[in-house]
Design a protein. Structure first.
Lengths: 498, 113, 311
């Protein structure tokens, strides 16, 4: 029945650990008392980081995908976990952002000594573990239904994070997010059912061998994609994102904007580049690219019009997600070995990771500013940057990466994308990329100007700002910059397994 | 027409009904109901796939059946979380604008920092 | 004859589904939903999927119905909130959905010449799991990873529900009984049914290895019984900080995960079972899972903590 036998590779066990290690943290969190959950995190986070690093090394050294056949039941009957180049890159970026978020959240989500267990800290740490496990399951899963379960895990971890503060507006935002995510899941599941009905397997590898570009498959893939777009918040399905990402506490916003929306994007990539590479027609690719272009323009224009800092950053996420969808028109030739498709492929992942680092840093900086001032109204930021220089630097560096100023990950990504548009002869995307950069420059410098303004009266700090929380934000901003001076030759590992 | 095809049409109709309910229902609780209807239509589609895969002495392919069982449990969790969100939202709305007929219990739940 | 019966069920399902969407009153719509769920489980029997039929009746209709009924009852006075969209919008939405239905019906009419199936593979490997029910084989052996992760989803949903209580109520108990008016009939059922239900749940869990049934269905029956007892006020809901409750919640998933890791040592790897002990291990996992699922589902339906714990 199965055409190619799949076997567990020597380092395959790492994939199981990557998914299950945070699950152990979740289970233990239920039975240890509140104060110990954060201590538990100090074990879960570094070990998880080591697991991600070990997987990255194992895959790059082997030069091929690492596979784990769960329960030794080979697909199509069983489920396999598979780590290729993009999986390990995502795992590593996830691990870094999660660990820094953990450091940043210390203090904000620590149980007060002596008192009874408190709500927010318990919930926060469990959700952090759950987001990690779900993302690892998403990037390692190679079975469409297994990915569905992972997507649900991610949704159930993300929604309560939105309304952790318990305010009415955040509950409203969480409910709207939940409904969007649920419709997305159902559409995805319907598509998966059609795929199983047509091919008798949900395994991505087997589908790439068995799949044909026929109408029913196209309908199935479209349904799954629409469902996933709702979770990724691509225009026009973006309405839920700004209130949700702006309403969460700062470490939550960081994870939601940096990581959670990328999880469903990753599954879209799996469908079109791995499961059914024949299906990506010119028109489908142009449509996805056009939606991305609309997202860049609309998100940036709306960001310019915001009066609240966190909302501005959330609208910027909508715009930056748009760039990711240029991978469809520009890297469509990847399967057939078109040379410049590789450039667009590298550029898109660079964009994803640099945005992850920059946006997490920016939300953290915004959170610190809001904490210090007691509000986040942009017009009244007046010179707070002079009081919080490290936070200010974190905001500035991550902002430059979002705009695409060299040297930064964002610059390299956008530069390579421009190069790909020229080589591909699809100049229309270049116009949008340049315009998007200018608009991003507009909203970033608008905020920077306010932060640096010499105020008529120096704003009083409402609360002291912890130095190491500032450093946590700065470290992620530096990661975003470092991606820009990363030698591009060494990004070959993004092609492992394809 | 065999009965699997018949149930296939049924699932198509129910998916359409559920989507319609999700779009036009004003009350969030009704949207949750519509989501459950939509979900059951999708599960039924899996059921049709399973029935068509009857082989090896089984009346239906066991794999899609197991997927549906998992799906039903996940759909219930989603419903429970969504209902809790709706109840919380209305409790907070009552608090924000207390009316004479507001449920006293909702007020007693306490506010937030 | 059978086809006539099926046509009857299908027409009823569609009609009741439409009625549910159109009904003015939310409480009425929920009651229709429960009836719809029971009809749907008959449909599952007609599709030779008895395991799913049991799950649909217990979860899809039973406990979801209880949850939605109590929510609808609590939200009665918000009934008027929001207005239906204008007629043209409804027509546009209706046309769009009709189009989607038509497309889906088209896909139904386009089956492959030979419908693909994993039934032969599932049956051929069943001996290695020691089970006789192939659906249980898929859930606990072939696709055990899905089942394990889905247990984590359940726990996470519960934490999400708990997180919606107020800060002061954390650690307290759900105020389930407080919303139900005193009701002798409910109390009577809450005293008579649980013993029967528990026996039934135990049987369902036990028999799942070889016949339709299993941890999900058994656990749900347990959950419904416990909810009944809590709603009638026969026993109070426990505080969410209770150590016993916390252990019961994680016992099933933790045992499942532990056996999974044990597979590295005693079997062919993660979530693999040694052939000789496969059935015993799976039944053990199912029993622990049934307990955990029962507690989780009941608490999910019970809602967030509302009272602060009385010392």
């Amino acid at each position: 029945m199965s055409t190619a036998s799949v076997a567990t590779t020597s380092s395959g066990y790492l994939l199981v650990l990557a998914v299950m290690w945070p699950v152990i943290g979740i289970l233990l969190s239920f039975v240890v008392s509140g104060r110990q959950i954060e201590r538990l995190a100090w074990i879960v986070l570094p070990v998880g980081l080591v697991i991600a690093g070990a997987t990255l090394i194992a895959v790059t050294q082997a030069g091929q995908s690492q596979i784990y056949v769960v329960g030794n039941w080979a697909p199509p009957l069983g489920i396999a976990l598979r780590a290729d180049g993009i999986s390990v890159a995502m795992m590593m970026a996830t691990a870094i952002v999660i660990c820094v978020t953990g450091v940043f959240a210390h203090g904000e989500f620590s149980q007060p000594p002596g008192g009874p267990e408190e709500r927010a800290p318990v919930v926060f740490w469990v959700l952090l573990f759950a987001i990690w496990s779900a993302l690892n399951a998403l990037v390692l899963g190679s079975d469409l239904f297994n990915l569905y379960v992972a997507l649900e895990l991610l949704t159930f971890a993300a929604v309560p994070l939105v309304c952790l503060k318990g305010k009415k507006e955040t509950v409203e935002a969480a409910l709207r997010y939940m409904l969007f995510a649920l419709i997305g899941s159902v559409l995805y599941l319907l598509g998966a059912a059609m795929i199983y009905g047509a091919y008798g397997t949900l395994d991505i590898r087997l589908l790439s061998e068995r799949g044909h570009a026929e109408p029913a498959t196209l309908i199935a893939a479209s349904l799954m994609t629409i469902g996933l777009l709702a979770k990724t918040a691509l225009v026009p399905l973006h309405l839920w994102l700004p209130p949700a990402h702006a309403g969460a506490p700062a470490p939550g916003s960081a994870m939601l904007s940096a990581l959670v929306v990328k999880g469903s994007f990753f599954v879209i990539i799996r469908i079109w580049f791995d499961a059914m590479p024949d299906l990506l027609s010119f028109r489908a690719a142009q449509l996805l690219g056009a939606l991305g272009a609309a997202a860049i323009l609309l998100g940036s224009v709306l960001a310019l019009r915001q009066q609240r800092l966190k909302l501005l950053i959330a609208y910027s996420t909508i715009a930056q997600i748009g760039y990711l969808f240029f991978v469809f028109p520009l890297a469509a030739g990847l399967a057939t070995g078109v040379a410049w498709s590789g450039i667009a492929w590298t550029a898109s992942w660079l964009q994803l990771f640099s945005h992850a680092f920059a946006k997490a840093a920016m939300f953290m900086a915004a959170g610190l500013i809001a904490e210090a001032l007691g509000h986040d109204r942009i017009a009244e930021l007046g010179g707070i940057g002079r009081k919080l220089p490290i936070t200010m630097l974190a905001f500035a560096l991550s902002g430059l990466s979002l705009v695409g100023v060299p040297p930064s990950g964002g610059f390299s990504a956008k530069w390579l994308l421009l190069l790909a548009t020229v080589m591909e002869g699809q100049w229309w995307w270049a116009v949008v990329i340049v315009l998007g950069g200018l608009l991003a420059g507009g909203y970033i410098f608008m905020v920077l100007g306010r932060l640096l303004a010499s105020p008529t009266e120096v704003p009083a700090l409402q609360a002291p700002v912890s130095r190491w929380r500032e450093c946590a934000a700065l470290s992620l901003a530096i990661c975003a910059v470092l991606l820009g001076i990363w030698p591009l030759q060494s990004s070959d590992f993004l092609f492992i397994g394809r | 027409m065999n009965s699997a095809t018949l149930f296939g049409f049924c699932s198509a109709a129910i998916v359409g009904l559920g989507l319609f309910g999700l779009i036009v229902s004003p009350h969030p609780l009704r949207r949750i109901l519509a989501f459950n209807l939509l979900g059951s239509g999708v599960f039924l589609f899996f059921g049709v796939v399973a029935r068509r895969g009857a082989a090896a002495g089984l009346g239906a392919d066991p794999v899609p059946q197991a997927l549906v069982i998992t799906g039903i449990v996940v759909a219930f969790s989603a419903t429970a979380l969504a209902v809790a969100l709706v109840l919380r939202l209305f409790a907070l709305t009552d608090e924000a604008a207390p009316t004479s007929e507001a449920d006293p219990k909702a007020g007693a739940e306490g506010g937030h920092s | 004859m059978a086809l006539v019966f099926d046509i009857g069920i299908v027409s009823l399902l569609i009609a009741i589904g439409a009625w549910m969407i159109m009904a003015r009153d939310t409480l009425v719509a929920v009651i229709i939903f429960v009836v719809y769920g029971l009809l749907m489980s008959i449909a599952w029997v007609r599709l030779s999927a008895v395991d799913v039929a049991l799950t649909e009746a217990a979860i899809g209709s039973g406990i979801t119905g209880m949850l939605l009924l109590s929510a609808a009852a609590r939200l009665r006075q918000t009934e008027g909130a929001g207005a239906r969209p204008s007629f043209p919008v409804c027509v546009a939405a209706g046309s769009l959905c009709a189009l989607i239905s038509a497309g889906l019906a088209g896909v139904v009419l386009l089956p492959a010449d030979v419908a693909p199936t994993l039934a032969p593979l599932a049956v051929a490997n069943l001996a290695d799991t020691g089970l006789e029910n192939p659906v249980a084989g898929v859930l606990f052996a072939y696709r055990a990873l899905d089942t394990l992760l889905e247990k984590v989803v359940l726990l996470l949903a519960l934490l999400g529900v708990w997180s919606l209580g107020s800060d002061r109520a954390w650690g307290g108990a759900p105020a389930l009984g407080a919303y139900v008016p005193p009701n002798d009939i409910l109390v009577f059922f809450a005293q008579v049914l649980p013993p029967i239900g528990i026996v039934f749940a135990a049987y369902m869990t036990w028999t799942g290895a070889s016949h339709p049934g299993g941890a999900f269905q058994g656990g749900t029956v347990l959950a419904v019984m416990w909810l009944l007892v809590m709603m009638a006020g026969v026993a109070r809901a426990p505080p969410i900080s209770s150590t016993k409750v916390r252990w019961l919640l994680v016992a099933g998933p933790a045992l499942f995960l532990a056996v999974g890791f044990l597979g590295f040592v005693i079997a062919a790897g993660f979530l693999a079972y040694p052939v000789d002990y496969a059935k015993a291990l799976i039944v053990l996992i199912e029993i622990a899972l049934a307990l955990s699922i029962g507690v989780t589902l009941a608490l999910l339906a019970a809602g967030p903590p509302e009272r602060t714990l009385q010392p």
